[in-house]
Design a protein around this ligand. Structure first.
Ligand code: SF4
Length: 213
């Protein structure tokens, strides 16, 4: 496929961008970390960028933070193969530095294409960087965590990053609590979608069309 924007599936998108060097990070990576999980997931989690282990394995959220995320998912009756996990950047910044604005500008269109293909009910931004990048806000995660935010036809729930929570016990307790809210938001969104699916489709007929058949 010539143009990744035309991808209809995650596989097509991956094939179209797997050799990307749109920013400098493409030169230093071991693996591009495209994202993993269910292509029809109801919830999508978006972290900041691949770290050392993610770069080596080509998968997001491996190691202790990933194990904690699995534990949090189980607490609301979900497993990793039911959700989709990606990052704002697909290649690891050197020494795990923060993503640069130019890198985000080049890489996040891929993420939004993934969101378009998966069409999740909820998008959980993990940590400050992912939250500020996706919501295009300067308001930090401390104020936004656990809230349901509708923006550009998408529904977001910012959460503290599991890696940060592992190092700060008070944050861990907040994240555990926010996951319970997330479970409730998911139920509400499911009900809304089910109700919308049951509603009859209204077709407006122009008076002059009435006698055509
Ligand atoms: S970080 Fe994104 S834009 Fe930069 S090289 Fe990797 S895939 Fe391409």
């Amino acid at each position: 496929m010539e143009d990744w924007r035309e991808a209809k599936t995650l596989e097509e998108l991956y094939e179209a961008i797997k050799d990307c060097t749109r920013c400098e990070l493409g030169k230093g990576r071991t693996h591009m970390v495209f994202g993993v999980g269910n292509p029809e997931a109801e919830i999508m989690f978006v972290g900041e960028a691949p770290g050392y282990h993610e770069d080596l394995q080509g998968k997001p959220f491996v190691g202790p933070a990933g194990q904690f995320l699995d534990q949090l998912l189980r607490s609301i009756g979900l497993s990793r193969d039911q959700v989709y996990i990606a990052n704002t950047l697909k290649c690891r910044p050197p020494d795990n530095r923060d993503p640069l604005p130019g890198e985000l500008e080049r890489c996040t269109p891929y993420l939004f294409k993934q969101i378009e293909i998966i069409s999740p009910r909820l998008i959980c931004t993990l940590g400050n960087h992912a939250t500020k990048t996706l919501l295009r806000t300067s308001v930090g995660i401390t104020q936004l965590h656990g809230k349901l935010i509708r923006k550009d036809d998408l529904v977001y729930v910012p959460l503290f990053h599991p890696a940060a929570a592992l190092h700060k016990p008070p944050l861990k307790a907040v994240l555990v609590e926010d996951f319970q809210k997330l479970g409730k938001y998911l139920e509400e969104e499911r009900r809304k979608w089910e109700k919308a699916a049951k509603e009859p489709v209204r077709v407006e007929v122009e008076p002059e069309q009435m006698g055509l058949f």
